[in-house]
Design a protein around this ligand. Structure first.
Ligand SMILES: Nc1ncnc2c1ncn2[C@@H]1O[C@H](COP(=O)(O)OP(=O)(O)O)[C@@H](O)[C@H]1O
Ligand SMILES: [Mg+2]
Length: 329
């Protein structure tokens, strides 16, 4: 396999008339990582994936998969990627196995290899026992697992998953996330889009935050939180604390604020600072009796709020309806 990033997107623009669905977006995905595109509906996530999978023609900019320009050699690029689309594209009256046979032939998987590959993948997505059952007897989560298996049939170098957990119950969602993690542990590079903060935090090595077509920031969770100067808050509940504690804390490196309330102390510290150990030591050595210590670490919610002035949470709270039967291919 070649060196260098699996995905390279530079100044990508996709316009629909006046609207810039994707507006000068740049990012790279390294081999072996799970890269997340996090943003609300309309951010431009699906359009970005569409360009990378050669379904959407970009207005300007460049997009490469495994070093191949998607507009110059779309067949070459497509052979390197597996796509798990938002809409489920399975025939309801065919079995899981027959759906996979259909898609394997569409992708040009060698006939000699296809049956074995299907068995192997149905095992991976834990549906081996249901291989011969019709898709219309499957739950939404099971159908999504078949879709993931379909996306992997031709042994792609990178798998695109576009909001694969929207509209499914929390338990199934968990199993999809675990499956993506397992696939990544086995070496698969993943590009994952979501508007759920928790998923991005749980799953992704690096995250690109998108809104209204623009890429606002890219980095690991700690890089992103550091970028916006987000802080952790330590809350201590204890008896016998007094003002001298605040006076001791305030000049410490990493402490931006300390305040004593009625039986509790709150300390704001910059991320990565190491205030907790000396604080605990001082409390215990001064004979304070500690009831509890909580550390509230900064999260992506705060980062998103800082970058956009709006909350992603509002959107994540909506419960989209389950796709009842699934669309035909
Ligand atoms: N084929 C299209 N024609 C016109 N506008 C589109 C089309 N596809 C997407 N858009 C618009 O582009 C913006 C980005 O959409 P999309 O990439 O689907 O965002 P996301 O996947 O993050 O929800 C939205 O405002 C959407 O309405
Ligand atoms: Mg989308």
């Amino acid at each position: 396999m070649r060196e260098g990033p699996v995905i390279e997107v530079k100044n990508l623009v996709k316009r629909y008339g006046e609207l810039a669905a994707v507006d000068a977006v740049s990012f790279e995905v390294e081999r072996g990582e799970i890269f997340g595109l996090l943003g609300p509906n309309g951010a431009g996530k699906t359009t970005t994936i569409g360009v990378l999978s050669c379904l959407v023609k970009p207005t300007s900019g460049s997009a490469k998969v495994a070093g191949i320009d998607v507009t110059r050699d779309s067949l070459g690029a497509r052979s390197r990627i597996g796509v798990v689309p938002q809409e489920i594209a399975l025939y309801p009256t065919l079995s899981a196995r027959d759906n996979m046979l259909f898609w394997g032939r569409m992708y040009g998987v060698a006939e000699a290899e296809l049956a074995g590959r299907i068995d192997e993948l149905l095992e991976v997505v834990q549906l081996a026992g249901r291989a011969r059952d019709r898709i219309d007897t499957f739950s939404g989560g099971m159908k999504r697992r078949v879709n993931i298996a379909v996306g992997l049939l031709h042994r792609p170098e990178v798998l695109f998953l576009d909001e694969p957990t929207v509209g499914i119950d929390p338990q199934t969602r968990r199993s999809i996330l675990e499956l993506v993690k397992d696939l990544n542990d086995q070496g698969l590079t993943v590009l994952y889009t979501t508007h759920y903060l928790e998923e991005a935090e749980f799953l992704c090595d690096r995250i690109g935050i998108m809104d209204e077509g623009r890429m606002l920031a890219v980095g690991t969770k700690s890089e992103l939180t550091a970028l916006v100067g987000a802080e952790s808050v330590i809350t201590v509940r204890a008896d016998g604390m007094d003002a001298s504690l605040v006076n001791w804390l305030e000049p410490l490196e990493g402490v931006s604020d300390a305040a004593l309330g009625d039986g509790d102390l709150t300390v704001s510290v910059t991320t990565g600072s190491n205030v907790l150990p000396p604080l605990v030591e001082r409390l215990t050595s001064s004979g304070t009796s500690i009831h509890s210590i909580d550390v509230d670490v900064p999260n992506l919610e705060g980062v998103f709020l800082h970058l956009t002035g709006k909350s992603l949470r509002d959107e994540a709270d909506e419960a989209p309806a389950e796709d009842p039967a699934g669309a035909k291919p």
